[in-house]
Design a protein around this ligand. Structure first.
Ligand code: 7RM
Length: 652
């Protein structure tokens, strides 16, 4: 182990397993060798401008050509200056008149078991009609439309219709409170609200319109509201403000040419949780984002025309924006879209859907994988998953043992796994295996995609040596990068461009091993400092998860008079009861796996960990609890409040 100096992060994890794609996979892959991927990477590195220029010309429809590829006035990038295109056009119209016109675009499954399919032609008609509805309601290019809807096809239709008329959408996950909606609406200056009467979640009817009604009392800029009928629950409609989706659509013409939009016209705002209470609206624009999500979708998922792609995220997150809607549709893919929970009506719902629709590419989050493991293999074994050829993960680091389970149980050791590292801010995937070209190591997101230039630096901003952990930054602008924080250039500079001069600060720690493989080590703020050794949360957690009775683990540093910090871990277990004996066994297990230094001081058993609504473990809250704080920090993004109450009761 290296001695810490200059703020580097120690690594204690040793993961030597390596998996190569099968001959069959490679023989059919688009990028089918290390040499081919290296060639792309070298081309992009040598001349990023020429690299992206060529793709932009080939892959997007231009109403007017651009005159300059990139203008970089740090920290503000503009891509494809002077060009005019339209994201909805690239996602739909581009496929009309080709063999994709009658191809299925959306394969939708409602939670209660209802089903709908839309071909690209049908999607085109729906989007055009709703685009006319938007115009009829007075929406003009640049207006902000707030969307608070369940995972139904109309959510994608609404996003695409906004893009078609040049409106900027702000999708808010349909689980947020009325306060959260109002805060975001105010910050964005939203003019129109789109919602539904309700949505299904684990058999319950979520009263979305009621929540919106409360939000609109405090959304001073919102003038009108369109309501989709989904569950049929009773809602109150305010005369002159609220309109039924289906009534407006009845009279809407299916003819609506796409608005030629400037390359840098804002496409959407997506709010992420900042460290302060103030909502942070990440801004993405038109052409660069569109190109980036299209190419990364094709590269990472090795997309072919006969694929059935399923990304299990919600459109309320960046993963849904980029890899349910804009990336796959630009590439002409068939996408499964599912409305509900993975355990409704039973814990095998996802596998039932995979079997039913013959899904070939499945993209989900580590939190879901850990839940599947906990629920038991028999749910998986009931179903025929032989259609799958490629698996993916996103959202958190995946513990190597969870990776191995995914590889064996879901992939039957046949499917490569793409562990994709990226952020709301990056727009699309930044690091991931190219599945036909790059061998995988469980727990590593492997290598940067072509054109992505990661660097790892210490507190002084100096590059760290290979295998040392440090702050992950990105060195050169890329087309999908955020263009700022909505209405707050100063915060954008301060948060992403001030700590390490000249580089985009991701906020994550990482190390790059001797083979050039990257290992994400968690958020900078989550580092545990034990006697001057700075440890990453994921390594301690992965050591715990490799124990047969551990389902999930979260490691944090709590204050300690002697060591600076002590390691406290919160653990959910499976198949056995909590006991002091197990506690001792787990400490020994971690000690054996990664060493005495990383051995937890406290182990607290819990039936659930606090997570964000998109499934990330909230270590910050656990720190507050471990420190015995009466009031924990910002909980607006917390998924389940009862978890906190339970953790408190469990306190020793
Ligand atoms: C796509 C998304 C971003 C943060 C990011 C990381 C963590 C995401 C991985 C990962 C390890 C991964 N956007 N993260 N993917 N950590 N391995 N493959 O999740 O804006 O919501 O979150 O998520 O900390 O900075 S996000």
């Amino acid at each position: 182990m290296s001695q810490s100096s200059g703020g580097q992060i120690d690594t204690v994890m040793q993961e030597d397993r390596i998996f190569s794609p099968s001959e069959k996979f490679v023989s059919q892959a688009q990028i089918a060798s290390l040499e081919a991927s290296q060639q792309m990477w070298d081309d992009a590195h040598r001349d990023p401008i020429a690299f992206w220029d060529q793709f932009a010309k080939e892959e997007l429809h231009w109403f007017e050509p651009y005159r300059q590829v990139l203008e970089w006035q740090e920290p503000f990038a503009k891509w494809f200056l002077g060009g005019k295109t339209n994201v909805a056009y690239n996602c739909i119209d581009a496929h009309l008149g080709t063999e994709r016109e009658d191809k299925t675009a959306i394969l939708w499954e409602g939670e209660p078991g209802d089903q709908r399919t839309l071909t690209y032609r049908e999607l085109h008609e729906e989007v055009c009609r709703f685009a006319n509805v938007l115009k009829h309601l007075g929406i003009v290019p640049g207006d902000v439309v707030s969307i608070y809807m369940p995972m139904v096809p109309e959510l994608a239709i609404a996003m695409l219709a906004c893009a078609r008329v040049g409106a900027v959408h702000s999708v808010i996950f349909a689980g947020f409170s009325s306060e959260a909606i109002a805060d975001r609406n105010q910050d964005a200056g939203a003019k129109l609200q789109l919602t539904a009467d309700g949505g299904w979640r684990r058999g319950k009817n979520l009263p979305l319109k009621d929540t919106v009604d409360a939000a609109l009392e405090k959304s001073s800029t919102v003038e009108k509201c369109v309501v989709l009928r989904r569950t049929g629950i009773q809602v109150s409609m305010q005369e002159g403000r609220d309109f039924w989706w289906h009534e407006l659509m009845e009279n809407a013409s299916p003819d609506c040419p796409a608005e030629p939009m400037d390359s840098e016209a804002p496409l959407f705002i997506l709010y992420t949780s900042g460290s302060t209470g103030k909502p942070k609206g990440i801004k993405h624009t038109t052409a660069g984002y569109n190109l980036y999500v299209k190419k990364t979708f094709e590269w990472v998922f090795d997309h072919r025309d006969d694929d059935v792609f399923w990304c299990t995220a919600d459109c309320g997150w960046i993963t849904g924006h980029s890899y349910i809607v804009y990336g796959p549709f630009s590439a002409g893919a068939t996408c499964v879209m599912y409305e509900g929970a993975p355990n409704h009506p039973h814990e095998d719902r996802f596998w039932e859907i995979v079997e039913k629709h013959r899904v070939t590419i499945f993209y989900t989050a580590p939190t879901a994988i850990r839940a599947f493991i906990k629920w038991g293999d028999h749910h998986v074994e009931k179903h025929d998953l032989t259609s799958l050829r490629l698996l993916g993960t996103v959202g958190e680091g995946i513990n190597p043992e969870a990776w191995i389970w995914y590889h064996k149980m879901i992939g039957a050791e046949r499917c490569p796994i793409v562990d994709t590292w990226w952020q709301t801010e990056t727009g699309g995937i930044m690091m991931s295996p190219l599945p036909g070209a790059i061998s995988t190591k469980p727990g590593s997101c492997t290598k940067p995609l072509p054109g992505v230039m990661p660097v790892i630096v210490d507190e002084q901003g100096d590059l760290v040596a290979s295998n040392n952990g440090g702050m992950l930054c990105i060195d050169h602008p890329w087309p999908g990068m955020l263009r700022g924080i909505w209405g707050d250039d100063e915060r954008y500079r301060e948060q992403y461009w001030s700590k390490v001069p000249g580089k985009y600060l991701t906020g994550d720690n990482a190390r790059c091993d001797n083979d050039g493989y990257y290992w994400i080590m968690g958020r900078i703020d989550d580092v545990i400092n034990v006697s001057g050794h700075r440890l990453s949360t994921i390594e301690v957690e992965s050591a715990l998860v490799s124990h047969p009775h551990v389902a999930e683990a979260a490691a944090i540093g709590r204050p300690d008079e002697i060591k600076g910090q002590a390691i406290a871990v919160f653990v959910t277990i499976k198949d056995v009861e909590a006991s002091d004996e197990l506690r001792g066994e787990l400490k020994q297990h971690v000690r054996k796996e990664i060493g005495a230094l990383a051995q937890p001081d406290d182990i607290r058993f819990t039936n659930a960990l606090p997570k964000t609504r998109s499934g990330k473990i909230m270590r910050r809250l656990l720190r507050d609890i471990a420190e015995g704080k009466e009031k924990v920090g910002d909980t607006t993004t917390l998924e389940d409040y009862s978890v906190l109450a339970n953790l408190r009761e469990d306190e020793e």
